[in-house]
Design a binder for this molecule. Sequence first.
Ligand code: SF4
Length: 578
Amino acid sequence: MKIDNIDVSEYPNSEKIYVKGNLPGVNVAMRKIRQYPTVKIENGKRVEYPNEDVVVYDTSGPYTDRNVEIDINRGLPRDRMQWVLDREDTEELPDITSDYGRMRRDCRELDAIRFPVAHRPRRAKEGHRVTQMYYARKGIVTPEMEYVAIRENAECAAKGIKSHITPEFVREEVAAGRAIIASNINHPEAEPMVIGSRFRCKLNTNIGNSALSSGIEEEVAKAVWSCYWGGDTLMDLSTGDNIHETREWIIRNCPVPMGTVPIYQALEKVNGRVQDLTWEIYRDTLIEQCEQGVDYFTIHAGVLREHAQLVEQRLTGCVSRGGSIMTQWCVLHNEESFLYTHFDEICEILNKFDVAVSLGDGMRPGSGHDANDRAQFLELEVLGELTRKAWEHDVQVIVEGPGHVPMHKIRENMEKQIKECDSAPFYTLGPITTDIAPGYDHITSAIGAAIISWLGTAMICYVTPKEHLALPTLSDVREGVIAYKIAAHAADLAKQFPGAEIRDNALSKARYEFRWKDQFNLSLDPERAKKYYLDARREAQDADDKFCTMCGPNFCAMRISQNIAEDCKSSAINSDND
Ligand code: SF4
């Protein structure tokens, strides 16, 4: 298999750098953007003043490292495996232990689409827990913790900027449940990253096939593509054919933590008949995915039987797929949700692999009209209870949030989540702030995402322009990721995250000095910025580049400002000479 419809091999005028830590094997990947010098004419001579390189957080993995040979048929290097082995608390299993996983493996018809390399899964030794939260609570600073501390700081100390983020700080945050490092021991291809309100705001992208469109090749391409543009985690929400095989291809080639919603696959296993779902099928699905290397599961365990009647009072009912499935299951069986009643067992599975739980908001509002209603907040209270239960098992937790929320109702969401869930990281879908713009919901939701992440949300889940309309394409993924990079970075600036402003200041300086190439290269989407500039400039006949076509040469305020500065300088010199 090849992914030849996208180029993710490099960023313009950039190089991959690695910053070494103190613990063995800690080598943190970052991207260094080189800048051109500032050129001035002084006393009739051309003088160059160098501009410093800018180091930025990099989610692209080995794809942008020229020294790593990429072969998606073999998967990415499994660098983190040595740390797992060094801890000596896991064992390689002689075989896959999920029934479904074995069945897929033994089906010869699937050979044509199967990932070519089989890795035996690992699991905690009997009586052990292997989560980052477990180690953190024992006072152990793991290589993963040191890795994320270095990664978050992006070399800001070199610019004289102090940061509160140290490996010990990461450990404290993970131990307290305020941050997670999602890192399944069976996904050693992933580079560690941290999700917590005291760290950089992260963004998740969703990919996945459906019964109607998209195949394995396209989903792998979308996964790699979203990492290239800045996605920090990736959720595979596949509901179509060959979910197991699609997931294996994605995980083996994915440099960021990957999440799923296991109830989707469990439902596929019973041919979409909600009434046929059982705890046993769900349990086997969890184990199947733990052994493949999924880093976090969305589990809608907070949707209870008593919530079903509240759905009728809404304008848009229950819009979460997982929430609606479990609500229907409770009604059909007139029983409490098996996700809720078996939550302890779920946690005991997850802590054997270090899979984090993302507590799904099955009752999230599907319209501004339903925002902050009783169903939503009742569920949030249950999510608080489940958060504490997961922590008893040393399982790392994030809590999912809305949805569709007008701006004036956003703050209440954040404050209630912090109170009910004891500051476990909040992970919100947008929220979408108005419902009148189908086709532009990456914008309606990025507005809400920026506000809520400023207020403390740790990770925002992207929305593409196709939201509510169709499965996103590659270009939609790019649009969605960039919109959410803007929201996340705007929040980092507002929270005064150490060094967040370095890139902004460098770009602003380049803009003011008409260093167009640096302006493009420092931007989130260099290709688009360059194209827009050049398309317009092609019309211009002269070589003067000290303006753009927005205002033109005579009205370019930056150009006029520079002329004022020059004029002031010469009049100062003249008055000195008087
Ligand atoms: S022409 Fe206007 S928009 Fe363009 S660089 Fe000058 S001030 Fe900025």
